[in-house]
Design a binder for this molecule. Structure first.
Ligand code: SF4
Length: 375
């Protein structure tokens, strides 16, 4: 049996955050039980023929499900065949966790939590439209430790409206005191269709300057590294051996199955995206159809481009041998000129069979990566 990773999407949230363009919805709670039943049907259909290497239940807010709904879902997943060294992450949001839910997850193979905090500053949390304050996060985090979780990620965001560099430094310092195993630090992107997008267009968002945002990124690197977290991807930092294996599957262009509304799969070099509309997804699955809304048959060029884009996000970069093994051609045959150009500009390094971004290359990563587009 082949090993594979599994992503499971829970599209429900208590409220919609001001910056969020993820396929998640508030006010659809009446669909939750039918959704869970459909999801289980899809998981069985797709995943029973594999050995599961990693699971990531994301959203939305998976822990917004009731204890009973979580029990039904996790019990079904529990019956799949797992690899011995599996990783099983559930995304959580403060304010939706209870000790019972945490114990249930612990009893049902979940061995990693990813908690969305974003900031320890209550006024910034309010601006973002988050449902919790920092105290609620701290309580939930301590409960998770009490329930026995020893592998926890905390999601943080910088470049927020009205955020000063000192606010960000305070957030980083607060979090390292709690000593989670993994920290993600993303910069806020103003996405079309969000309340922040409209406010931005009406000049009502006071975003930090580019210089301040760069300073925030550097502070994250410095403070996290000083506290034992090594940067292994542009936005991800971990204690040794606590890198997220599931995310590495995406960055290495390995195969994964996606179940649930809007979930994507990548199998046999092709991408499949499920229907985003929750009602339509449920109806499709109840009627024994696949609910695939979009099927993209990647060309060899598409796959090579994606491998480079995703791989260069990792600090260790891409492995030349893996490229050759995946695509049957040497990396130089396709990319020698681009690689040489960026080595000359000191944005890329080529060393020990790997190609990776320099510190300056990370800051200019969009520019470097755009050169790897083949068509
Ligand atoms: S909790 Fe997460 S998924 Fe839900 S609205 Fe906020 S950012 Fe989006």
């Amino acid at each position: 049996m082949k090993e594979i990773s599994l992503y499971i999407h829970i599209p429900f949230c208590k409220n919609k955050c001001m910056y969020c363009d993820f396929p998640s919805f508030a006010g659809k709670d009446n669909l939750r039980d039918r959704y869970v039943a459909a999801l289980i049907k899809e998981i069985k259909m797709k995943a029973e023929q594999y050995i599961i290497k990693t699971v990531f239940i994301g959203g939305g807010t998976p822990t917004y499900l009731t204890l009973e709904e979580m029990d039904i879902l996790l019990s079904a997943i529990d019956k799949l065949k797992f690899a011995d060294d599996y990783e099983f992450t559930v995304e959580c949001n403060p304010g939706t966790l209870t000790f019972e839910k945490l114990k249930l997850m612990k009893d049902r193979k979940v061995n990693r939590l990813s908690i969305g905090l974003q900031s320890t500053n209550n006024s910034l949390l309010k601006t973002l439209g988050r449902i919790h304050d920092y105290k609620t996060f701290e309580e939930n985090y301590n409960l998770a430790r009490k329930a026995g979780f020893d592998n926890i990620n905390v999601d943080l965001m910088f470049g927020l409206p009205d955020q000063k560099v000192s606010d960000w430094i305070e957030t980083l310092e607060d979090i390292v005191k709690l000593n989670p195993e993994h920290i993600s630090a993303y910069s806020l992107i103003i996405e079309e269709g969000t309340p922040f997008y409209n406010m931005y267009n009406n000049d009502r968002l006071n975003l930090p300057s580019e210089d301040d945002e760069r300073e925030m990124y550097h502070s994250a690197k410095r403070i996290l590294e000083q506290n034992g977290y090594h940067q292994y991807e542009i936005s991800n930092f971990a204690k040794q051996g606590r890198e997220c294996i599931h995310n590495e599957v995406y960055w290495m262009l390995d195969e994964y199955l996606g179940c649930g509304s809007a979930a994507s799969s990548y199998v046999n070099g092709n991408r499949y995206k499920n229907e985003e509309n929750i009602e339509k997804y449920i109806n499709d699955i109840e009627n024994d159809t696949t609910s695939v809304e979009e099927e993209i048959h990647n060309s060899l060029d598409d796959n090579m481009e994606e491998f480079m884009f995703m791989g260069l996000r990792m600090i260790r970069g891409v492995c030349e041998k893996t490229f050759e093994k995946k695509f049957g051609v040497k990396i130089d045959t396709i990319y020698k000129d681009v690689i040489d150009k960026h080595i000359n500009e000191k944005l890329l390094v080529r060393e020990n069979g790997r190609i990776y971004l320099t510190a300056k290359g990370i800051e200019l990563s969009n520019y470097v990566m755009s050169d790897f587009i083949l068509t």
